[in-house]
Design a protein around this ligand. Structure first.
Ligand code: PAF
Length: 297
C-alpha cells in the first residue's frame, strides 16, 4: 500500500490517480481522521469524479511513502510518525524548491530517500474540490545511496497512476531547473500581485532579472550544477512565464490566502547558499525580504 503524507492538491491528485485500495493518507497528529478524505476531482477533460481515500490505520502494509507536504512543514511532518515505519521504507519527497529535501536526507541518512520533480498542475479552489489543471511529467531519482535500487520499482509502482513518470539519474539537477523557474517567476508574481505573464513587462522584473540570473548561474556553477549561463536561464524563465501567462503562481496563491509561502526554499535557499559559498545574492535577498513582508513568514 502507498501512504501519502500531505492531503493538499498534489497529494490528492496522486491519491485519486493511484489504484483505489492501494493508497491511504497518513493522519496528522491532532487532526481528525474520522471518515475517509472525500473530494471531487475535475479531470483534464473537464469530467468530475467523486474520490474517497481512507486514512492509514495501524497494521496497513505500507511499502512506499509519498510526501506531498509544503516544504516548510516536511521535516516536522515526517518526524511525527516515521518511527512507526520500517527503516527500509522508501520516501519520495515532492517538495518545491530546495533545502527541505537535503534536510530530510541528512536527518535520516540510513533511510532510502528519493525526490520527485513534477510539472503536473493541480489546484484546490475549495476544500473539497481539486482541479487537475495541466498534464505534466514527473521525474523520480535517488537523493542518497540507500535509495539507488528503489528508483525503478518506485517508478513502476507509481506508473499505475496513469500519470507520466520517468526515472532520473540526476534528480538534484532537475530540482535545480525547477528552482530557477520558481525563483524567476514566483516572487515577482507575489510582490506585484499579478498573473505569471504580467511580470514580464513590469519595471521590477525588467530591472532585476539579469542580475537575478547572474546570481543563480554563479551559484549553480559553484555548486557543481551544469547550466548554460545567465542568458539561457532568463530565456527558460520567460518561456514558462509566457506558457503559463494567465496562471496564478503557487506563491501568489499562498500570499492571497494568508498562508506562509515557500520563499525560504526558493530565493531564500539561494541566499543561504550564497552565504555559504561567499557569492553575493542581493537580488535574491531583496525578493525574499519583500515576499516575507507580504505573508506570515
Ligand atoms: O510555482 C508555480 O506556480 C509554478 O511552478 C510556476 C512555474 C511558477 C507556474 O505557475
Amino acid at each position: 500500500m502507498i501512504a501519502i503524507l500531505g492531503a493538499g492538491s498534489l497529494g490528492r491528485l496522486w491519491a485519486a490517480s493511484l489504484p483505489a485500495g492501494d493508497v491511504a493518507f497518513v493522519p496528522r497528529p491532532g487532526a481528525s481522521s474520522e471518515g475517509p478524505v472525500a473530494f471531487r476531482l475535475q479531470q483534464l477533460d473537464g469530467s468530475v469524479s467523486d474520490i474517497s481515500v481512507p486514512w492509514l490505520v495501524p497494521g496497513d502494509p505500507v511499502d512506499l511513502l509519498l510526501v506531498t507536504t509544503k516544504a516548510g512543514d516536511t521535516l516536522k511532518a515526517i518526524s511525527d510518525f516515521i518511527d512507526l515505519f520500517p527503516d527500509n521504507l522508501p520516501l519520495v519527497l515532492f517538495q518545491n524548491g530546495l533545502g527541505s529535501q537535503q534536510a530530510v536526507a541528512e536527518h535520516w541518512p540510513d533511510r532510502p530517500v528519493l525526490a520527485a520533480s513534477t510539472t503536473e498542475g493541480a489546484n484546490r479552489p475549495d476544500v473539497d474540490r481539486v482541479i487537475h489543471a495541466g498534464s505534466g511529467q514527473t521525474w523520480i531519482g535517488a537523493l542518497n545511496e540507500e535509495a539507488g535500487h528503489h528508483v525503478s520499482p518506485t517508478v513502476k509502482r507509481l506508473a499505475a497512476s496513469g500519470l507520466t513518470i520517468h526515472p532520473e539519474r540526476d534528480i538534484l539537477n532537475r530540482l535545480w531547473q525547477k528552482l530557477v523557474i520558481n525563483a524567476g517567476i514566483n516572487p515577482f508574481t507575489a510582490i506585484l500581485n499579478c498573473a505569471n505573464g504580467e511580470i514580464l513587462s513590469s519595471e521590477l522584473y525588467q530591472q532585476n532579472i539579469d542580475s537575478l540570473c547572474n546570481e543563480i548561474a554563479r551559484l549553480m556553477t559553484a555548486n557543481g550544477q551544469r547550466n548554460e549561463g545567465a542568458e539561457t536561464l532568463r530565456q527558460q524563465i520567460e518561456t514558462v512565464a509566457c506558457n503559463t501567462a494567465r496562471n496564478t503562481s503557487s506563491m501568489r496563491s499562498d500570499m492571497l490566502a494568508g498562508r506562509k509561502t515557500e520563499i525560504d526554499f526558493i530565493n531564500g535557499y539561494l541566499v543561504r547558499l550564497g552565504n555559504t559559498l561567499e557569492i553575493p545574492t542581493p537580488v535574491n535577498q531583496m525578493l525574499t525580504e519583500q515576499v516575507k513582508l507580504l505573508s506570515p513568514n
